[in-house]
Design a protein around this ligand. Structure first.
Ligand code: UDP
Ligand code: MN
Length: 340
Protein backbone atom coordinates (compact mmCIF):
# COMPACT_ATOMS: atom_id res chain seq x y z
CA UNK A 1 0.00 0.00 0.00
CA UNK A 2 2.70 2.42 1.08
CA UNK A 3 4.69 1.60 -2.05
CA UNK A 4 1.68 2.24 -4.28
CA UNK A 5 1.09 5.55 -2.54
CA UNK A 6 4.66 6.60 -3.01
CA UNK A 7 4.60 5.61 -6.66
CA UNK A 8 1.50 7.70 -7.16
CA UNK A 9 3.17 10.70 -5.53
CA UNK A 10 6.21 10.32 -7.76
CA UNK A 11 4.04 10.00 -10.81
CA UNK A 12 2.19 13.18 -9.89
CA UNK A 13 5.43 15.02 -9.25
CA UNK A 14 6.80 13.83 -12.55
CA UNK A 15 3.71 15.09 -14.39
CA UNK A 16 4.01 18.46 -12.68
CA UNK A 17 7.65 18.73 -13.65
CA UNK A 18 6.84 17.93 -17.28
CA UNK A 19 4.05 20.51 -17.25
CA UNK A 20 6.33 23.09 -15.69
CA UNK A 21 9.04 22.43 -18.27
CA UNK A 22 6.54 22.64 -21.12
CA UNK A 23 5.05 25.81 -19.68
CA UNK A 24 8.46 27.44 -19.38
CA UNK A 25 9.34 26.42 -22.92
CA UNK A 26 6.05 27.82 -24.20
CA UNK A 27 6.58 31.08 -22.39
CA UNK A 28 10.11 31.27 -23.71
CA UNK A 29 8.87 30.77 -27.24
CA UNK A 30 6.44 33.62 -26.80
CA UNK A 31 9.11 35.84 -25.34
CA UNK A 32 7.27 36.66 -22.16
CA UNK A 33 9.41 39.07 -20.24
CA UNK A 34 9.36 37.21 -16.91
CA UNK A 35 10.88 34.17 -18.52
CA UNK A 36 13.28 36.35 -20.46
CA UNK A 37 14.49 37.66 -17.12
CA UNK A 38 14.92 34.17 -15.69
CA UNK A 39 17.12 33.48 -18.70
CA UNK A 40 19.86 35.68 -17.21
CA UNK A 41 20.23 33.06 -14.47
CA UNK A 42 21.72 30.67 -17.03
CA UNK A 43 25.45 31.34 -16.67
CA UNK A 44 27.33 32.43 -19.80
CA UNK A 45 30.59 30.98 -18.50
CA UNK A 46 33.68 32.93 -17.55
CA UNK A 47 36.84 33.70 -19.43
CA UNK A 48 39.77 31.87 -17.74
CA UNK A 49 42.24 34.44 -16.42
CA UNK A 50 45.14 32.79 -18.24
CA UNK A 51 43.28 33.40 -21.50
CA UNK A 52 42.31 36.93 -20.48
CA UNK A 53 45.97 37.82 -20.18
CA UNK A 54 46.55 36.67 -23.77
CA UNK A 55 43.68 38.64 -25.35
CA UNK A 56 45.01 41.02 -27.97
CA UNK A 57 43.30 43.62 -30.01
CA UNK A 58 44.77 45.95 -32.60
CA UNK A 59 42.05 48.52 -32.30
CA UNK A 60 41.33 49.10 -28.66
CA UNK A 61 44.79 49.11 -27.13
CA UNK A 62 44.71 47.14 -23.94
CA UNK A 63 41.52 45.22 -23.28
CA UNK A 64 40.26 44.94 -19.75
CA UNK A 65 38.19 41.73 -19.66
CA UNK A 66 38.53 41.69 -15.85
CA UNK A 67 36.22 44.71 -15.67
CA UNK A 68 33.19 42.51 -16.38
CA UNK A 69 33.16 39.42 -14.15
CA UNK A 70 29.38 39.23 -14.68
CA UNK A 71 29.65 38.15 -18.31
CA UNK A 72 31.74 36.08 -20.72
CA UNK A 73 34.53 38.28 -22.10
CA UNK A 74 36.39 35.88 -24.38
CA UNK A 75 35.72 32.92 -26.63
CA UNK A 76 37.30 29.47 -26.37
CA UNK A 77 39.55 30.33 -29.34
CA UNK A 78 40.87 33.46 -27.65
CA UNK A 79 38.84 36.18 -29.35
CA UNK A 80 37.64 39.06 -27.17
CA UNK A 81 33.93 39.55 -26.57
CA UNK A 82 33.56 43.30 -26.38
CA UNK A 83 31.43 44.58 -23.48
CA UNK A 84 31.07 48.06 -22.09
CA UNK A 85 34.04 48.87 -19.79
CA UNK A 86 36.33 46.23 -21.32
CA UNK A 87 37.79 48.71 -23.81
CA UNK A 88 38.79 52.34 -23.92
CA UNK A 89 36.83 54.13 -26.69
CA UNK A 90 39.25 57.08 -26.73
CA UNK A 91 42.21 54.78 -27.44
CA UNK A 92 40.24 52.98 -30.15
CA UNK A 93 39.40 56.32 -31.72
CA UNK A 94 43.04 57.42 -31.62
CA UNK A 95 44.36 54.17 -33.09
CA UNK A 96 41.90 54.25 -35.96
CA UNK A 97 42.73 57.89 -36.76
CA UNK A 98 46.46 57.16 -36.77
CA UNK A 99 45.90 54.49 -39.40
CA UNK A 100 43.69 56.76 -41.49
CA UNK A 101 41.00 54.15 -42.00
CA UNK A 102 37.96 54.49 -44.17
CA UNK A 103 35.12 52.49 -42.67
CA UNK A 104 32.23 51.28 -44.81
CA UNK A 105 28.70 50.79 -43.56
CA UNK A 106 26.37 48.88 -45.86
CA UNK A 107 22.62 48.74 -45.52
CA UNK A 108 19.79 47.47 -47.71
CA UNK A 109 16.51 49.35 -47.95
CA UNK A 110 14.25 47.62 -50.45
CA UNK A 111 10.49 48.07 -50.73
CA UNK A 112 8.74 49.59 -47.75
CA UNK A 113 11.83 49.23 -45.55
CA UNK A 114 13.16 52.38 -47.22
CA UNK A 115 10.47 54.83 -46.03
CA UNK A 116 10.05 53.06 -42.74
CA UNK A 117 13.64 52.86 -41.49
CA UNK A 118 16.37 54.35 -43.65
CA UNK A 119 16.20 58.02 -42.57
CA UNK A 120 16.42 57.23 -38.87
CA UNK A 121 19.12 54.64 -39.41
CA UNK A 122 21.32 57.15 -41.27
CA UNK A 123 20.54 60.13 -39.02
CA UNK A 124 21.42 58.23 -35.87
CA UNK A 125 24.51 56.76 -37.59
CA UNK A 126 25.70 60.33 -38.08
CA UNK A 127 25.38 60.84 -34.32
CA UNK A 128 26.95 57.59 -33.15
CA UNK A 129 28.65 55.51 -35.84
CA UNK A 130 32.43 55.99 -36.06
CA UNK A 131 32.18 59.67 -35.17
CA UNK A 132 35.33 61.52 -36.23
CA UNK A 133 36.40 58.76 -38.67
CA UNK A 134 36.22 58.62 -42.44
CA UNK A 135 33.02 56.80 -43.28
CA UNK A 136 31.36 55.72 -46.50
CA UNK A 137 27.74 54.58 -46.40
CA UNK A 138 26.54 52.21 -49.06
CA UNK A 139 22.77 52.11 -49.42
CA UNK A 140 21.39 49.37 -51.64
CA UNK A 141 17.89 49.97 -52.93
CA UNK A 142 15.71 49.53 -55.99
CA UNK A 143 14.66 53.23 -55.79
CA UNK A 144 17.77 55.43 -55.52
CA UNK A 145 15.71 58.61 -55.98
CA UNK A 146 13.75 57.90 -52.80
CA UNK A 147 16.84 57.75 -50.55
CA UNK A 148 16.47 60.53 -47.95
CA UNK A 149 19.01 63.34 -48.00
CA UNK A 150 20.78 63.23 -44.68
CA UNK A 151 23.27 65.93 -43.73
CA UNK A 152 26.69 64.28 -43.40
CA UNK A 153 29.63 65.46 -41.31
CA UNK A 154 32.90 66.22 -43.15
CA UNK A 155 34.79 63.12 -44.21
CA UNK A 156 31.61 61.11 -44.61
CA UNK A 157 30.00 60.12 -47.91
CA UNK A 158 26.89 58.29 -48.98
CA UNK A 159 26.73 56.14 -52.08
CA UNK A 160 23.56 54.63 -53.43
CA UNK A 161 23.62 51.41 -55.41
CA UNK A 162 20.67 50.13 -57.35
CA UNK A 163 19.55 46.56 -56.80
CA UNK A 164 16.68 44.58 -58.27
CA UNK A 165 13.70 44.08 -55.99
CA UNK A 166 13.17 40.42 -55.24
CA UNK A 167 9.48 39.57 -54.82
CA UNK A 168 9.92 37.57 -51.59
CA UNK A 169 11.35 39.25 -48.49
CA UNK A 170 13.39 36.13 -47.79
CA UNK A 171 15.06 36.58 -51.15
CA UNK A 172 15.76 40.28 -50.51
CA UNK A 173 17.47 39.25 -47.30
CA UNK A 174 19.42 36.35 -48.83
CA UNK A 175 20.39 38.19 -52.01
CA UNK A 176 22.36 40.61 -49.86
CA UNK A 177 25.29 38.17 -49.66
CA UNK A 178 25.73 38.04 -53.44
CA UNK A 179 25.30 41.83 -53.82
CA UNK A 180 27.74 42.57 -50.99
CA UNK A 181 30.24 40.18 -52.51
CA UNK A 182 30.12 42.09 -55.78
CA UNK A 183 30.31 45.49 -54.08
CA UNK A 184 33.32 44.39 -52.03
CA UNK A 185 35.01 43.35 -55.26
CA UNK A 186 34.31 46.81 -56.71
CA UNK A 187 34.33 50.38 -55.50
CA UNK A 188 33.38 49.63 -51.86
CA UNK A 189 36.29 47.22 -51.60
CA UNK A 190 38.69 49.79 -53.04
CA UNK A 191 37.67 52.70 -50.83
CA UNK A 192 37.05 51.02 -47.46
CA UNK A 193 39.48 49.17 -45.20
CA UNK A 194 36.85 47.74 -42.89
CA UNK A 195 33.15 47.30 -43.50
CA UNK A 196 30.17 46.78 -41.22
CA UNK A 197 27.09 45.19 -42.83
CA UNK A 198 23.81 45.93 -41.11
CA UNK A 199 20.05 45.50 -41.23
CA UNK A 200 18.11 48.73 -41.68
CA UNK A 201 15.36 48.00 -39.14
CA UNK A 202 17.30 49.42 -36.21
CA UNK A 203 18.78 52.73 -35.07
CA UNK A 204 21.86 53.87 -33.16
CA UNK A 205 21.51 54.90 -29.55
CA UNK A 206 25.09 54.86 -28.25
CA UNK A 207 28.66 55.20 -29.50
CA UNK A 208 29.53 52.55 -32.10
CA UNK A 209 33.22 53.22 -32.69
CA UNK A 210 36.43 51.56 -33.92
CA UNK A 211 36.42 49.24 -30.90
CA UNK A 212 34.20 46.97 -33.02
CA UNK A 213 36.79 46.63 -35.78
CA UNK A 214 38.70 43.42 -36.44
CA UNK A 215 39.62 41.10 -39.27
CA UNK A 216 36.18 39.49 -38.82
CA UNK A 217 33.43 40.53 -36.44
CA UNK A 218 30.28 38.69 -35.31
CA UNK A 219 27.37 39.92 -33.21
CA UNK A 220 25.87 37.92 -30.32
CA UNK A 221 22.11 37.64 -30.85
CA UNK A 222 20.24 39.47 -28.07
CA UNK A 223 17.62 36.74 -27.77
CA UNK A 224 19.95 33.79 -27.52
CA UNK A 225 23.19 34.67 -25.73
CA UNK A 226 22.20 32.89 -22.51
CA UNK A 227 20.70 29.81 -24.13
CA UNK A 228 22.29 26.38 -23.99
CA UNK A 229 23.83 25.44 -27.31
CA UNK A 230 21.44 22.60 -28.12
CA UNK A 231 18.50 25.04 -28.04
CA UNK A 232 20.01 27.52 -30.50
CA UNK A 233 17.99 27.95 -33.71
CA UNK A 234 20.64 26.70 -36.11
CA UNK A 235 19.64 24.96 -39.32
CA UNK A 236 19.41 21.27 -38.37
CA UNK A 237 18.37 19.71 -41.68
CA UNK A 238 21.48 17.82 -42.73
CA UNK A 239 20.61 18.30 -46.40
CA UNK A 240 21.25 22.05 -46.08
CA UNK A 241 24.75 23.46 -46.51
CA UNK A 242 23.98 25.61 -43.43
CA UNK A 243 23.37 22.59 -41.19
CA UNK A 244 25.06 22.33 -37.82
CA UNK A 245 24.85 19.07 -35.90
CA UNK A 246 23.99 18.93 -32.22
CA UNK A 247 27.16 19.79 -30.36
CA UNK A 248 28.35 22.09 -33.14
CA UNK A 249 28.20 25.88 -33.03
CA UNK A 250 29.77 28.29 -30.56
CA UNK A 251 27.18 31.07 -30.21
CA UNK A 252 24.13 32.17 -32.13
CA UNK A 253 25.17 35.20 -34.16
CA UNK A 254 22.81 37.88 -35.42
CA UNK A 255 22.94 38.69 -39.14
CA UNK A 256 21.84 42.28 -38.41
CA UNK A 257 25.49 43.16 -37.75
CA UNK A 258 28.64 41.56 -39.10
CA UNK A 259 31.85 42.98 -40.44
CA UNK A 260 35.54 42.78 -40.98
CA UNK A 261 38.29 43.61 -43.42
CA UNK A 262 37.41 43.71 -47.10
CA UNK A 263 39.32 40.48 -47.75
CA UNK A 264 37.64 38.61 -44.89
CA UNK A 265 34.20 39.82 -45.95
CA UNK A 266 34.88 38.76 -49.54
CA UNK A 267 35.42 35.27 -48.19
CA UNK A 268 32.39 35.36 -45.93
CA UNK A 269 30.00 36.65 -48.59
CA UNK A 270 31.34 34.22 -51.20
CA UNK A 271 30.81 31.30 -48.82
CA UNK A 272 27.28 32.35 -47.88
CA UNK A 273 26.20 33.29 -51.41
CA UNK A 274 27.51 29.97 -52.76
CA UNK A 275 25.78 27.90 -50.10
CA UNK A 276 22.53 29.85 -50.44
CA UNK A 277 22.62 29.04 -54.16
CA UNK A 278 23.41 25.36 -53.58
CA UNK A 279 20.50 25.06 -51.18
CA UNK A 280 18.13 26.83 -53.57
CA UNK A 281 19.18 24.51 -56.41
CA UNK A 282 18.04 21.63 -54.23
CA UNK A 283 14.81 23.30 -53.23
CA UNK A 284 16.02 24.04 -49.70
CA UNK A 285 15.83 27.21 -47.64
CA UNK A 286 17.60 27.33 -44.30
CA UNK A 287 15.56 28.10 -41.19
CA UNK A 288 16.79 31.67 -40.76
CA UNK A 289 17.87 32.24 -44.35
CA UNK A 290 21.20 34.12 -44.70
CA UNK A 291 21.59 34.14 -40.91
CA UNK A 292 21.77 30.32 -40.84
CA UNK A 293 24.55 30.40 -43.41
CA UNK A 294 26.36 33.16 -41.53
CA UNK A 295 26.26 30.99 -38.41
CA UNK A 296 27.68 28.06 -40.34
CA UNK A 297 30.45 30.29 -41.71
CA UNK A 298 31.44 31.55 -38.27
CA UNK A 299 31.46 27.99 -36.94
CA UNK A 300 33.98 27.03 -39.64
CA UNK A 301 35.91 30.34 -39.58
CA UNK A 302 35.93 31.74 -36.07
CA UNK A 303 35.40 35.49 -35.81
CA UNK A 304 38.37 37.51 -34.57
CA UNK A 305 36.10 39.62 -32.40
CA UNK A 306 32.63 39.12 -30.97
CA UNK A 307 30.31 41.97 -30.01
CA UNK A 308 28.21 41.71 -26.88
CA UNK A 309 24.43 42.04 -27.30
CA UNK A 310 24.61 45.67 -26.21
CA UNK A 311 25.91 46.43 -29.71
CA UNK A 312 22.57 45.29 -31.16
CA UNK A 313 19.97 45.17 -28.44
CA UNK A 314 16.27 44.40 -28.56
CA UNK A 315 14.38 46.83 -26.26
CA UNK A 316 11.51 44.31 -26.16
CA UNK A 317 13.60 42.18 -23.81
CA UNK A 318 13.55 44.97 -21.25
CA UNK A 319 16.28 46.25 -18.99
CA UNK A 320 19.12 44.01 -17.91
CA UNK A 321 21.93 44.93 -15.55
CA UNK A 322 24.53 43.38 -17.85
CA UNK A 323 23.41 45.53 -20.80
CA UNK A 324 24.86 48.84 -19.70
CA UNK A 325 24.90 50.89 -22.84
CA UNK A 326 22.89 49.69 -25.82
CA UNK A 327 24.45 50.99 -29.02
CA UNK A 328 21.99 49.86 -31.65
CA UNK A 329 18.33 49.19 -30.93
CA UNK A 330 16.07 46.95 -32.96
CA UNK A 331 12.90 48.51 -34.26
CA UNK A 332 9.70 46.70 -33.30
CA UNK A 333 8.92 44.01 -35.88
CA UNK A 334 6.03 45.16 -38.04
CA UNK A 335 6.04 42.40 -40.59
CA UNK A 336 2.37 42.81 -41.52
CA UNK A 337 3.15 46.32 -42.73
CA UNK A 338 6.46 45.58 -44.40
CA UNK A 339 6.32 42.14 -45.89
CA UNK A 340 4.01 40.97 -48.62
N1 UDP B 1 15.22 44.00 -46.38
C1 UDP B 1 14.69 45.01 -47.19
N2 UDP B 1 13.47 44.79 -47.77
C2 UDP B 1 12.74 43.67 -47.59
C3 UDP B 1 13.28 42.65 -46.76
C4 UDP B 1 14.51 42.84 -46.17
O1 UDP B 1 15.30 46.04 -47.37
O2 UDP B 1 11.66 43.55 -48.14
C5 UDP B 1 16.55 44.18 -45.79
C6 UDP B 1 16.54 45.20 -44.66
O3 UDP B 1 17.79 45.81 -44.58
C7 UDP B 1 16.29 44.31 -43.46
C8 UDP B 1 17.12 43.08 -43.80
O4 UDP B 1 16.99 42.96 -45.23
O5 UDP B 1 16.67 44.93 -42.25
C9 UDP B 1 16.70 41.78 -43.13
O6 UDP B 1 15.32 41.61 -43.12
P1 UDP B 1 14.50 41.75 -41.77
O7 UDP B 1 15.08 42.87 -40.97
O8 UDP B 1 13.05 41.86 -42.12
O9 UDP B 1 14.80 40.36 -41.08
P2 UDP B 1 14.79 40.06 -39.51
O10 UDP B 1 15.73 41.02 -38.84
O11 UDP B 1 13.38 40.27 -39.03
O12 UDP B 1 15.23 38.64 -39.42
MN1 MN C 1 16.20 43.04 -39.13
Amino acid sequence: MALKERLRTWKRLFCWLILLALGLLGLLQHGLSIVRHLETLIPMGVCPSARMALLRDNFTGLLNPWARPDVLTCTSWGAPIIWDSTFNPAVAQQKALQQNFTIGLTVFAVGRYLEKYLARFLETAEQHFMVGQRVVYYVFTERPAAVPRVALAPGRRLRVERVAREPRWQDVSMQRMRTLHEALGGRLGREAHFVLCMDVDQHFRGAFGPEVLAESVAQLHAWHYHWPRWLLPYERDVRSTAALALGEGDFYYHAAVFGGSVAALRGLTAHCARNLRRDRERGLEARWHDESHLNKFFWLHKPAKVLSPEFCWSPEIGRRAEIRQPRLLWAPKEYALLRD
